[in-house]
Structure formats: C-alpha cells, structure tokens
Write a protein that binds this ligand. Structure first.
Ligand SMILES: Cc1cc2nc3c(=O)[nH]c(=O)nc-3n(C[C@H](O)[C@H](O)[C@H](O)COP(=O)(O)OP(=O)(O)OC[C@H]3O[C@@H](n4cnc5c(N)ncnc54)[C@H](O)[C@@H]3O)c2cc1C
Length: 299
C-alpha cells in the first residue's frame, strides 16, 4: 500500500496533522515512539479548553478523536530510516515495517540538553521550566531564578521579571551578561550570581535551594532555564531540506520544505519558545498543504 501521507512524530503537531488528513479523506500513517518533549511535566497550560491537562490525558483524547477516522493508522514504532525512492517516500520502522507514502510530514520535535548541573534533571518540568508562558502563572511572585549559559539571558530575565520580582540571575560561571546589562539588573533589584553552580536541591520535584561551589546557597521555589535545542531526528537533513539557519527547517507559511512532498510542523520546524497549540496549528496547516498539493496532482 502507498499511503497519501506518512507523518513521523505524534506530538500535537503530528496528531493534528493526522486528524485533518483523516477528515480530508486521505490515508495517513502516523508513526510515533511516544517520547514527547513535555513528558517530564505533570500538567500543560495555555491550550484553550485544555488548560491544566496532563500530557498523557492530552494524547489519549487525541487518539480517541483520530480513532474516528478509518483512513488513519497509528504505528507504535521508531522511524529509523527515511528516503525518497521510486517517486515516493519509504520509511523503515523499528518494527521492521516499510511504510511507503506519497508525501511526508516531519513532526519529530526537538531534543533538549539541559545545563549539566547535578540535581537539575529531576526538578525539570516540576518546579524548573523553560517557558514562562507555559508555567510562569503558577510561579508568580515566588522566589525564582533565571539561568542561562547562552547570550540572550538579559531579555529572558526581563520577561520572567514580569511574573516575579523576587528574582536572581545565574550564569553558572559563563560571561553571558554585558556590564551594561548587569548594571541595569542591579538598578531593578535583581541579584546576579556569576559563580559556578554546584547543584540544585529539592524534594519530590520541588526545588528548595541553589547551592554554589563556595558552599553558599540561596533558597528558591522555582526557576526558568534555557536548554540547548537540537533536532531529535536527522530526516530533514538526510532528505536535503534546507535548514532555516536557526536550528529548524526552512518552511513556507503552510509547512512546505524546500523538498517537494516533504512538510514540517511543530518544534522541529522552528526552534524557540513553543507551545502545544502552536505545534497543533502548524500540524493542521501542513496537513492542508499536503491535501491541497495532492488535489493539484490529481485534478
Ligand atoms: C518541561 C516542559 C513543559 C512544557 N509545558 C508546556 C505547557 O505548559 N504548555 C504548552 O503549550 N507547551 C508546553 N511545552 C512545550 C510543548 O511540549 C512543545 O511545544 C510541544 O510538545 C511540541 O509539539 P511537537 O508535536 O512539535 O513535538 P513533540 O511533542 O516533542 O512530539 C514529537 C513526537 O515525535 C516522536 N518522534 C521523534 N522522533 C521519532 C522517530 N524517529 N520515530 C517515531 N517517532 C518519533 C516523539 O516520540 C514525540 O511523540 C513544554 C515543554 C517542556 C519541555
């Protein structure tokens, strides 16, 4: 069988693409290995009608809705290899299946590398987050920190400061703030600590304090960090899709990449602050582009 579309990645981007393709009377193979980016968090915010939803609840609701469309099939597998062959795309999965499709939507998301600081990982997604629009409201006016080892920290601090003025800034020993920025933060009453961090301490996911190499520590209730982002899957590069120069994939308004028949949606397409609803919207648009392009071929 040759599917109208193979969707690789079943986060909100891939799931919404599957829904729209099913409703467009297209056959779609949704290949997913159930490792969404937000699996470390307990609840998600900011998705209208689903504010506070648990990640697994969100996915189960999506599976239920997609299950109503008989032309969509879910493959519980990892896509291992993707290539263009005989005018179609061939996806080889970890279940030894070959999925052939006329078009391809890449929705594999991104991989996050956290700063290498002991104690950070178990707190990430529980009391330490990366997106203030996702989790800032719950942490408002609490004693917080902002940590980044990358340029752009000052802008992030300004944003988090809107949610809490009880803020310290951590650079983990990296020179990422200019003297002018440090001066401005001092005027705003924000303490900047450039000393390397020894560890984060917490209990049951709740941060209690930041410990420095000198032995000093500062009690905190939560914080925001800037992880390093990279592509979770190599398929866009392997297929020859033009990168966007910022880690993502160059796409048009509807998610078409530079390679005919290949579309991208969600975090994989554009790095930066992202949300479930944005990824879902991009998945929906990519599905419409797939359907429109197939109609053009067929009509
Ligand atoms: C800690 C944390 C908290 C967050 N909180 C919120 C929040 O409150 N509100 C909000 O709106 N957003 C939140 N986000 C952001 C949100 O999770 C992402 O923006 C969103 O998940 C992106 O959707 P996506 O479909 O692009 O990618 P993902 O959700 O990452 O889905 C990608 C899917 O592709 C699959 N996949 C990858 N490679 C392969 C492969 N080779 N084969 C098969 N399957 C593959 C993965 O298993 C995964 O299921 C949070 C993120 C984090 C890290």
């Amino acid at each position: 069988m040759i599917w109208d579309c193979a969707i690789i990645g079943g986060g909100p981007a891939g799931l919404n693409a599957a829904l729209v393709l099913g409703r467009s009377r297209r056959t779609a193979a949704l290949i997913d290995n159930d490792q969404p980016r937000n699996r470390v968090t307990r609840v998600s915010h900011g998705y209208l009608t689903r504010d506070g939803v648990r990640p697994e609840q969100f996915r189960n609701l999506a599976y239920e809705e997609i299950g109503r469309y008989p032309t969509v099939r879910r493959f519980f597998a990892t896509a291992l290899e993707v290539n263009a062959a005989r005018g179609a795309f061939r996806v080889i999965t970890s279940m030894r299946e070959e999925v052939w499709a006329r078009t391809l939507i890449l929705a594999t998301g991104l991989h996050e590398t956290l700063p290498r600081i002991p104690g950070l990982e178990p707190l990430y997604g529980k009391s330490i987050f990366n997106c203030v629009y996702c989790d800032g409201y719950e942490l408002q006016d609490r004693p917080l920190f902002v940590l980044s080892e990358q340029p752009g920290l000052y802008h992030f601090v300004k944003t988090v400061h809107h949610w809490s003025r009880d803020l310290i800034v951590l650079t983990n020993g990296k020179p990422v703030l200019t003297p002018g920025e440090k001066e401005r933060l001092q005027v705003k009453g924000v303490l900047v600590v450039e000393e390397p961090i020894h560890s984060f301490r917490g209990d049951g996911g709740q941060l209690t304090e930041v410990v420095f190499h000198s032995g000093a520590f500062i009690p905190r209730a939560g914080g925001f960090i800037v992880p390093h982002w990279s592509q979770k899957a190599p398929f866009a590069a392997q297929l020859g899709c033009r990168p966007d120069g910022a880690g993502g994939i160059a796409v048009d308004e509807l998610g078409r990449t530079s390679v005919k028949g290949v579309y991208a949606a969600g975090d994989t397409a554009r790095f930066g602050p992202s949300q479930l609803i944005i990824a879902a919207g991009q998945g929906s648009k990519a599905a419409m582009a797939v359907n429109a392009d197939l109609i053009d071929e067929e009509f």
